[in-house]
Design a protein around this ligand. Structure first.
Ligand code: FMN
Length: 169
């Protein structure tokens, strides 16, 4: 059985709420859920990771992820599977929508991670290039609780279907 962990960073609680919903959808007994503020050091114990962040201060990574960055930048993710999700506000911050998720993608990629869970850009309106894999896909699940809360549950459900096989679930 694969050892799977979800690490999230949150300021007002939105990303934490999304994290719990993802864990619920995938099976709470199969996923260890951690707040990056307090339990980041446990990350090295897992080969299967779900990673979530919000974006703040116009294009900045959530502050607990930011504080963890120096450690992340020297970790080895070769052979590890990572699925990303981000929360943001595409109407308020179209130029920096989900930049935090894009920054984490770059760091995990540089450290050798293999990614799953790319997500179509259909149904979003934004201009930020950072969270994009290509023209049609985000690097991970995109959640906008500020403007599209009614779509969150369905997006989580669909995304979990995509990542399940790669996580052996
Ligand atoms: C001052 C401020 C700056 C923000 N900057 C961004 C941003 O640059 N990009 C983005 O996508 N969302 C931005 N947001 C929206 C938050 O990322 C969004 O509300 C998110 O869901 C909050 O999640 P959290 O409570 O888990 O931190 C900003 C919100 C505020 C209030």
């Amino acid at each position: 059985m694969n050892k799977i962990a979800l690490f999230y960073g949150t300021y007002t609680g939105v990303t934490g709420m999304v994290a719990q919903k993802i864990a619920q959808e995938l099976g709470k007994d199969r996923i260890d859920v951690y707040n990056i503020c307090c339990d980041g050091d446990k990350m090295a114990d897992y080969d299967y990771l779900i990673i979530g962040t919000s974006t703040w201060s116009i294009g900045e990574l959530q502050e607990d992820w930011d504080a963890f960055m120096p450690k992340l930048q020297v970790m080895d993710f070769n052979g590890k599977t990572v699925a990303l999700f981000g929360t943001g506000d595409q109407i308020g911050y179209p130029d920096t929508f989900l930049d935090g998720m894009g920054m984490l993608y770059e760091t995990f990629q540089y450290r050798g991670a293999k990614f799953v869970g790319f997500w179509p850009t259909t149904g979003y309106d934004f201009t930020s290039p950072l969270p994009l894999l290509d023209h049609d896909h985000f690097v991970g699940l995109a959640i906008d609780e500020d403007n599209q809360p009614e779509l969150t549950d369905e997006r989580i459900k669909e995304w979990c279907k995509i990542i399940r096989p790669a996580f052996g679930l």
